[in-house]
Design a binder for this molecule. Sequence first.
Ligand code: PLP
Length: 523
Amino acid sequence: MNREGRGATAPHSIALTGPQTFTGNRALDLEEGLIFEIGRTEVTGVDIPEPAPFRDRLGTQARTAPLDLPGLCEPEAMRHYVRLSRMNYGIDSGLFPLGSCTMKHNPRLNEKMARLPGFADIHPLQPQSTVKGALGLMAELSRYLLELTGMQAVALTPKAGAHGELCGMMAIKAAHAARGEGDARHVVLVPESAHGTNPATAALIGYQVRSIPARPDGTVDPEAVKAALGPEVAALMLTNPNTCGLFERDVVAIAEAVHEAGAYFYSDGANFNAILGKVRIADLGVDAMHINLHKTFSTPHGGGGPGAGPVVLSDALAPFAPVPALVATAEGLVLVEDEGVDGAEQALGRMSAFHGQMGMFVRALAWMLSHGADGMRQASEDAVLSANYIRACLMDLMSAPFAERPAMHEALFDDTWLAGTGLTTLDVAKALIDEGYHPMTVYFPLVVHGAMLIEPTESESKASLDLFIAALRDLALAAKAGDKERFLGAPYYAPRRRLDETRAARSPVLRWVKPAPVADAAE
Ligand SMILES: Cc1ncc(COP(=O)(O)O)c(C=O)c1O
């Protein structure tokens, strides 16, 4: 069993006393090996008789040696996965301050709705006439998204924010191509504060990325955008509110400049949760924007899925929406999947198999309906209030750049306050783990040094915010008082100690290698 990194001694100030246990467990903090280490090839949780003609059918392809897969009996399998799950930190364990990620509570009502058999048990290949309710739900969700943004069309199928970016940028590319400018416009402007997915998306579909510097107040200067615009520019990708947690106050002037230059304005809507019910995106001059249902609309973040990143499009881009399109006909709602149908001649084709993440659509609409217009507006107001409260309560100890402007959904700190302590942003993040919190986003956005980006969301109570603030204040005071030990060895109390993150990223060990059999002592 691999116990590397466990059990090193904590500093005296927070001494972890007591002997090493025989099992590696620390009371309810249970150690768990890899399934390969604890499983035994001779054990299986199921016992299915091999069908008689099976071997004959495989002929020479039949396996001659055992597969060597680890076997566990049912209780062992159950315990293995439950123990692993307890090493996870999730939004149901505590405040999850990861900035830019909007880790908000996933209401159980949404889960209940998504589990209704009429939604959970349908199949995308069922005839449309048998899933009218599901189509109705997709139409209702679309209607809400269009109402909230003021935009013209929506594509529900993208499976994540980044996938939505791809969809929106492909629509922009198709629109330029339809104007005969596809080759001429090969540059996309991306501010340096952008999330990494923005330049990645632009590059993925063949655009050259031109960076726009941030001005000293953390926002984008329309003059810098104008200077970078030209007949070769296809689009600007701007996140608003941006990744410094600031509303781009010159967004309208920026959009006008972009349009005057014949380019389109892509708005990264990952932070829509800060302005939901307050700002109609269409009024800002946006041509395309993705909306992360797993952020603003409280659906769960999965490890890379199942997410949903619908894209809303302006009048100009609506004809370039991907299929399928949900169309109201005399016979009711129909998913139009074939190109060549009215309005779909210039469509991109499909962004994904089938019709999108139905389970996420149900959850997002449940959140919208249970909040109502006033509730959604209050959710964004509360998210902004929470972020400003955190910033105000920490600013005397931790340096907060751009604090002359109100924060939107997240509070940004840099590492100036750590000067002279011998500690870094990473040390603070690791010490926060010992306090029972997932660390905030660190070293992003890149426009400030040693960034610590905290997004509390509206779903935290004041008591929960106060405890988090108190923990961070305690850490800040300890750092300033020179208690380096508390930080440099952290985390002391996590299932694993501090890892070499560079090595883990550069040379990950992704394959378990069976240890050589131990030589028989008698030989
Ligand atoms: C500003 C911003 N843009 C885009 C994305 C990408 O969204 P997703 O993770 O859903 O692909 C994120 C995700 O954190 C983000 O914060």
